[in-house]
Design a protein around this ligand. Structure first.
Ligand code: B12
Ligand code: SF4
Ligand code: SF4
Length: 339
């Protein structure tokens, strides 16, 4: 099969809307990073992380004959005035990033397979069994910081990743992770409210507010963690917000990353969302993963944490909600309002 020219692939990637692209040889990943993380229980109840570990470690299992892994990144940082105080993490304020990046990858794949007929591909954005930060590092787009996030030179860590495996070689490969610029800084480690950063870029998901607000959606959140839901109800940006390498973010012009109406709401409005408002505001955004009751549970916790006296009426009403998850959260939040 022909060796594909990276100059042409870079042009295509830019045409379809990716900000960064890099190329890595499709070699197996040393198992220790993933296996030790899983064995330590850091995956919490995300069983799907371990179930397809073999594929995560070797893309040849996803695409037999894999030769190249292409890593893409999109900057998503925006500071639109209406959403500046939103309790929703930045990456989730606009249209669901999965569909934005998937659409771009689909267009890229189509262009590649029509220009180079016979090339096989396997693509994923987030949900596939691939270690996307490892591939982005190998492809030379940046490195994994002490905050566990992938940090690039032009955009800091405000990037989302997509990954495409090819069964063809390209004419040039990245030189591996970029130089580690963390140095002696420990800001993220000191700022994480729950001690979820456990060293060497590892995150203990059990303690991470991103996990607790998004993935742990069927149970009450342990009290020690819910007490940290301080104007934070979906995802957590604290360890990125404090990072000096994020001091000069770049505004993401593409309207797909523009905050949607739901990002203009505060915790009181989000806790009081009716099913109709939810259907109007949430589908099509990444928030849908927390589901109606999970999102309201989180907003209710945040009202308790901020001891909002003006939330009392709503919280009293939610004590009679049809969802047990929300009822119990509302009782707890009301107890926080007591002096
Ligand atoms: C599971 C998961 C989570 C979990 C666990 C987080 C974690 N860091 O492991 C939870 C739910 C907590 C989470 C939270 C978030 N996530 Co998340 N998550 C994932 C997912 C699905 C898998 C990550 C994984 O494999 N973890 C297992 C550990 C062992 O692997 P790792 O994270 O890659 O880390 C190790 C290796 O990178 C290795 N390593 C480092 N450099 C190198 C170099 C080489 C050559 C090698 C071999 C290895 C190596 O060292 C690291 C530590 O052991 C990825 C998507 C994907 N399919 O990859 C998104 C992903 C990592 N998440 C993403 C995002 C945006 C987030 C949040 C910022 C969302 C938010 N605002 O709330 C937070 C950030 C929390 C944090 N501080 O990391 C983005 C990353 C963006 C970025 N710039 O880093 C991803 C890539 C999704 C995407 N497609 O864009 N996430
Ligand atoms: S996302 Fe929040 S809770 Fe998770 S490691 Fe970063 S600061 Fe800690
Ligand atoms: S806050 Fe400091 S230690 Fe943490 S990722 Fe940023 S530069 Fe590295």
């Amino acid at each position: 099969m022909a060796v594909l020219p990276t100059s042409q692939l870079r042009e295509l990637a830019s045409l379809v809307g990716f900000d960064l692209v890099g190329f890595a040889r499709a070699e197996p990943i040393p198992p220790a990073f993933l296996m030790e993380w899983l064995e330590a229980g850091f995956a919490a109840d995300m069983d799907w992380m371990g179930e397809r570990a073999a594929e995560r470690l070797d893309v040849d299992r996803l695409l037999p004959g894999a030769k190249t892994v292409i890593a893409f990144a999109n900057n998503y940082w925006r500071d639109d005035a209406e959403s500046v105080d939103s309790p929703i993490a930045r990456y989730a304020r606009g249209r669901d990033y999965h569909s934005t990046l998937r659409d771009r990858m689909k267009a890229f794949r189509k262009a590649v397979t029509s220009t180079f007929p016979g090339v096989g591909t396997y693509g994923s954005v987030d949900s596939g069994p691939l270690m996307e930060k490892v591939w982005a590092a190998r492809a030379g787009l940046g490195y994994v910081g002490k905050n566990g996030c992938f940090i690039t030179e032009p955009y800091g860590s405000w990037v989302l990743l997509a990954t495409l495996v090819l069964d063809a070689e390209v004419d040039a490969y990245g030189n591996g992770p970029a130089e580690n610029r963390c140095g002696s800084c420990r800001r993220c480690l000191m700022s994480c409210p729950t001690g979820a950063l456990v060293g060497n870029g590892r995150v203990d998901a059990r303690a991470c507010l991103s996990y607790q607000t998004i993935e742990n959606r069927e149970h009450q959140v342990p009290e020690a963690f819910r007490l940290k839901f301080d104007n934070l109800i979906f995802g957590c940006d604290i360890c990125q917000q404090v990072c000096p390498l994020n001091r000069h973010p770049v505004f993401a012009e593409n309207p797909r990353f523009a905050p949607r109406a739901v990002a203009e709401l505060g915790t009181l409005e989000l806790a009081g969302l009716t099913p109709e408002q939810y259907e109007h505001l949430v589908p099509g955004t990444a928030l849908a993963r927390a589901r109606y009751d999970g999102l309201r549970r989180n907003a209710v916790y945040a009202l308790g944490v901020s001891k909002r006296a003006d939330a009392r009426k709503l919280l009293e009403k939610l004590c009679g909600d049809s969802s047990e998850l929300v009822r119990t959260a509302a009782q707890w939040a009301l107890s926080q309002l007591e002096p």
